[in-house]
Each structure stands twice: as C-alpha cells, then as structure tokens.
Design a protein. Structure first.
Length: 446
C-alpha cells in the first residue's frame, strides 16, 4: 500500500484529511468503452465514431443521409442530433445509431440545415440555415421553430448559455474570400455585432467561456485560430490578440473543444487539395497549441463536423483523452504534474494528470447533525468506471483506517460521468482521540 499523502485541510491537531493511493484487489475487468469522438462523414453519407486518439472507426449509422452536416451530442440522454442537407431534415438517434427520429423538415423551399447546437437545460436546439438566412431555435423534439436572428448565410454556430449569446460564422466568404464571425443575444434582441473580420472563409466557431477564448477555423488560410473574448472585435490577419494555434492545414471545417482535457479536435474535408496536413482526416491538438498536430483518424473521405463524448469508464480512455502523443508519463503510477496525485488518482477523482490541481481532492469540515459534531468531507469521483474504486476512510487513531466508518450522505451527478460525493464519519468527534479522513483510490483491473 502506498503511503498517505497529506493535504492542506488540517483544522487543528485532531482533524485532518489524507489521501491514500492503493494498488489492491487485482481481478479481470472487461473493457467496455464509453466516450470518444463522433462525426458526420459527408462523402460517406454516414455518422461515425472512434476513440479519443482514433483507433477503430465504427459506422454508427451507415446510411445517415445524402449530405450530412452538423452534429451535436446529448450524452445525458445518449442522443445524437444531426443535420442532413440532402433531405433538409434534422434527426435524433441513440449513440449506437438506433431509434432514429425525424425531428424537423427545414423546408419547404430551398433550405440548408448546417450546424446544430443544444441547450439542454432550456429544452432547445439551435441550427443554422445557410440558404434561408436565419438561425432557428426549436424545442428538442423539433417543435416551435422560431427564427431568432436573420443573418446572411450562417454556417457554423456556438452558444453562450450563461450570458445569453449566440455566436456564428458566415458562408459569404466563399464569394469574397473574406469571412466574419458575429454574435447576438439568444433572443435576437439588440442587433448583431461583428466580432472577427478578415478570415479566409469561416468554418467552426467554438466558445471556451471558462478560458475566456473564442476559437474558429480559418478554412482557406488552413488555420485554427483563437482570440480572448475581452479583446473582441479583432481582425484575423492584423490583430496582435489573434493566435494561430495550428496552420499548414488543407481544408479544416468542423471543430469541437474538450476544455476539461485541454484538447481540441477538428475535421478536414480535403476539398481545397493544397496538400495541407490532415486532409480528409480528423486531427487534434492542445487548446493552447503547445503540442504538434496529431492526425488521429485518416479517412480518405470528407468529414464535415465533430463532437465529443467526454466520458471515460476505463483507464485506457482516460489515457487517450488527456495525454497528447508527445507525453510519455502515462502509466498509472506516474505523476507527471508532480502534485502528489498519481495518474490513477487523477483518473479516479476526475482531475487532469498534467495540471497540478490535486489540492482540493478531498475537502473536510466539521458539521453538526442532531446536536452532534462529526467530521465530514466532499470529493469527486467517476461514477460509471469499471476499473477503479474511490472511497473515503475514517481513522480515530491515525493507524487503523476503515471505509465502514464513513457514511455516504449524498451523491450528485455531474457532467462527464462524474459525481460529487458527500460523506461524514460515523463516530462523533468527541468520541475519538483523533478524527481523520482520507480517500483511497483502488485499482480494480490488472
């Protein structure tokens, strides 16, 4: 058993929190993967998927449509939403491709359903219609379609649901060679603001609100770029606030951010045929551009848009999602960020293995219940994993540790297959010589 690692949650000489990483109870665990990448294959007329670092490509729905475009995932319900410009229809189906439903026919007349984004709490999806020159909001079942803004040829979009903004790029650049990015309120009030100019055709537009960044695909320049939100508006060519993260690409198109892992993924249709890196393939890189482009899924086809299911239920998925190819310290026992929590612990508690963020892995406090004081704690763990177990243990003498001495008061589901766990000791503090709590992260698979 590894020695406990002490954290700065000591309340006095009697109350403390410890973290213990153990390597116990090896037995066989079947590898059933959960998360990964999903994309629309326009020329292949299909919806496909793979792991976070590529690998086996699965045809989720081989005959998805004749001109499939935007895609968005609702991981909580296990649903895929996607647009088919061939039939001018928006569909919903399960992550395994079953149960497809037609939600909305975007006609009559000439229409072009392009990108799609979800507002799950609000019960809506938004989509761009390039030909009909509007962005619509609909109920998740396709009902009550409402045009919220009427821009010229909107193509890709993203949502800031916290502050009520709608971001999108235009398709007009294909005629002029100059593209733009705009934003407006989610209800269309207060007009439209131009926030990025002078892109050589804008494609994907992605918002990292916690990081304070706007990302976009500069298609004909073969670039992935970003700018701070507080620097907008910017000129994509001349503004010093604009960073080019990846360039030398062929025809980059759809893109998705995975901020928790610090990764971004993009698809490249290869239609420019300029010999750029990653043509007709899926690539990824870090969100700050600090690692080289990884071409992870060569397709020989035209992928158009992409989304990510961030759940990890086995360590191999965590390893693929969080570690770029240049990182070598990926073994469970290693600690590349040197924060005292090894990779197994980072995996089990939902932390990032390359960020020193283990200081709050277990938060402890005294609380009163029925007039009695107990030592309690709160931590985060993966809720659907098959190969790791995370439990709190209590000690009244700092020698004997017992998980049966801890009561799990509540669990609250979180995003990305995580849960928040609240616990308290079974023994009141006035009955113990010492009151200490620690986490045990236990590997269950060989």
């Amino acid at each position: 058993m590894c020695e406990p690692v002490s954290y700065n949650a000591r309340m006095d000489a009697r109350f403390r929190t410890l973290l213990s990483l153990t390597c116990l109870s090896y037995f066989a665990v079947a590898e059933a993967l959960a998360g990964g990448l999903y994309w629309t294959n326009r020329s292949g007329r299909s919806v496909q998927s793979s792991g976070f670092a590529g690998g086996t490509v699965v045809s989720v729905l081989p005959n998805a449509g004749t001109n499939v475009r935007g895609i968005a995932l609702d991981v909580t319900q296990g649903d895929i939403y996607y647009c088919d410009n061939g039939s001018d229809t928006i569909y919903r189906m399960k992550l395994d491709g079953t149960g497809r439903q037609q939600l909305l026919t975007t006609g009559p007349g000439s229409s072009f359903p392009a990108d799609i984004r979800l507002d799950l709490n609000g019960g809506h999806f938004y989509y761009c219609d390039r030909n009909r020159n509007f962005i619509r909001r609909c109920d998740l079942d396709g009902g009550n379609p409402t045009a919220v803004v009427m821009p010229s040829q909107p193509y890709y979009l993203d949502l800031d649901l916290e502050d009520g903004w709608l971001y999108w790029g235009d398709f007009d650049g294909i005629r002029s060679g100059v593209g733009n990015i705009f934003r407006a309120r989610l209800d269309g009030a207060d007009g439209t603001e131009t926030i990025v100019t002078n892109t050589e055709e804008t494609r994907a537009v992605c918002l990292d609100k916690p990081g304070g960044m706007l990302y976009w695909v500069n298609r004909d320049a073969g670039k992935i770029q970003r700018a701070p939100l507080d620097a907008l508006p910017v000129d994509a060519v001349t503004s010093p606030a604009v960073e080019t993260l990846y360039d030398g690409l062929d025809t980059p198109h759809g893109m998705v951010l995975d901020p928790s892992a610090g990764m971004l993924y993009w698809v490249d249709t290869g239609t420019n045929g300029v010999g750029g890196t990653g043509a007709r393939a899926i690539s990824r890189g870090t969100m700050n551009g600090s690692t080289p482009q990884e071409v992870i899924v060569p397709l020989g086809a035209q992928p158009w848009d992409i989304d990510v299911d961030p759940r990890c239920v086995v360590y191999s998925e965590f390893e693929e999602r969080f570690f770029p190819a240049v990182e070598t310290a990926t073994a469970r026992s290693e600690d590349p960020d040197r924060d005292g929590l090894n990779n197994l612990g980072e995996y089990g508690t939902g932390k990032h293995p390359l960020r020193a963020d283990a200081g709050d892995v277990l938060r402890v406090a005294l609380f009163e219940e029925g007039g009695v004081l107990y030592l309690g704690g709160e931590f985060r763990r993966r809720s659907e994993v098959m190969d790791v177990r995370v439990v709190a243990e209590f000690s009244s003498d700092l020698e004997t540790w017992n998980e049966n001495g801890v009561l799990e008061v509540s669990t609250t589901p979180l995003a990305e297959g995580l849960e928040r766990v609240r616990v308290r000791a079974m023994m009141p503090v006035d009955m113990a010589d010492h009151a200490a709590m620690r986490l045990r992260v236990e590997q269950l698979g060989g």
